[in-house]
Ligand binder design. Structure first.
Ligand code: PXL
Length: 322
């Protein structure tokens, strides 16, 4: 019998909402943690009734129950990183912020400011959106998509320059680092911009063509949390997380009649060798031969449809084989 008790166990926590369809929310986060070799803990803020066609209901647990779950985890096990997803209402957001503000030591926190589902369901009212600001000073990284970045910054995003400006505006309201995700910008690219104090890095990636993209944002933010939990630096965590999402999208699953989920365990299915080729230090492209579409080239300027962005391009090496 293997004695796992001798291994140092890396734990990551998701604070989010259940997706009955299994593609997003808590379910996507826990699958991502498991796929990346991290033990997943979960604080459930609410429960959604949904399938691949849409969301038919959302009910939040009480803020007291959210706090009790947090306390249960940190009184005993702790976690090396925390991902926050859909908290559902202002009361649960303030309860989470209050608990995390008092947490010492506080691990890295990734906040995915989920507001609207891909199917168009509005999850948060204005009060809940403005409550997100209570989390800002506690957050290591905020991961808005284009629409969330527009909403949080008040800036209309029409190209890479606007992504930069919106990210800087959000940082100015007290967030340490911001990853503005360009996946919803259209075109054949899915380029993300990471803003860290005084620096900006573009992560250039070809869009993976699939209708099955439900839970992409949840998966990216929890992958970043899982990789940070394993002690990696933020820039490397973003790069590896994008590779992981690319592989999971590239082998995503036809399930139900609408957009299906990602395949978080793609490397179990697509590596021909019997040797396990997954985490923790794997190259997560589904097929290293390049037959598949995945792969991320960090830190090069995107080709803007409009004007060129004014960003610094540090010369970090792209992953081998891309
Ligand atoms: O992908 C954002 C998201 C987060 N959390 C839950 C969701 C969704 C999208 O549908 O259902 C529970």
């Amino acid at each position: 019998m293997n004695d796992f008790s001798i291994l140092p166990l890396t734990k990551a926590l998701t604070i989010a909402t259940s997706d009955s369809g299994g593609g997003a929310g808590i379910q996507a986060d826990l699958k991502t943690f498991a796929a990346l070799g991290v033990f997943g803990l979960s604080v459930i803020s609410g429960v959604s009734a949904q399938n691949t066609l849409g969301v038919t209901g959302l009910e939040c647990l009480s803020p007291e129950m959210v706090t009790l779950q947090l306390r249960a985890i940190f009184d005993d096990m702790g976690a090396q990183a925390i991902k926050i997803g859909l908290l559902g209402n202002a009361a649960n957001t303030y309860a989470t912020a209050k608990f995390l503000a008092e947490l010492n030591p506080r691990p890295p926190i990734i906040l995915d400011p989920v507001m609207v589902s891909a199917s168009g369901h509005v999850f948060l009212d204005d009060e809940a959106i403005s409550a997100l600001k209570a989390l800002y000073p506690l957050v290591t990284l905020l991961t808005p998509n284009i629409y969330e970045a527009e909403y949080l910054s008040g800036i209309k995003i029409k190209g890479p320059d606007d992504m930069h400006l919106a990210g800087e505006t959000i940082m100015a309201s007290g967030v340490e680092n911001v990853l503005v995700k360009g996946g919803d910008a259209g075109g054949d690219q899915s380029d993300d911009l990471l803003l860290t104090p005084g620096e900006s890095d573009w992560y250039i990636m070809k869009r993976i063509e699939t209708k099955n993209n439900h839970g992409t944002g949840c998966t990216l933010s929890s992958a970043i949390a899982a990789i940070l939990a394993q002690g990696k630096e933020l820039k490397e965590a973003v790069e590896q997380a994008k590779l992981f999402v690319a592989g999971a999208l590239d082998s995503s699953i036809d399930l139900g009649r609408g957009p299906g989920p990602l395949n978080h365990f793609f490397y179990y299915y697509f590596y021909e060798e019997t040797d396990f080729s997954g985490p923790p230090d794997a190259d997560f492209r589904a097929d290293p031969s390049g037959r598949r579409q995945g792969g991320v080239t960090p830190n090069q300027k995107p080709k803007p449809k409009t004007k060129k962005p004014k960003t610094k391009t540090p010369n970090r090496k792209p992953p081998s084989g891309s």
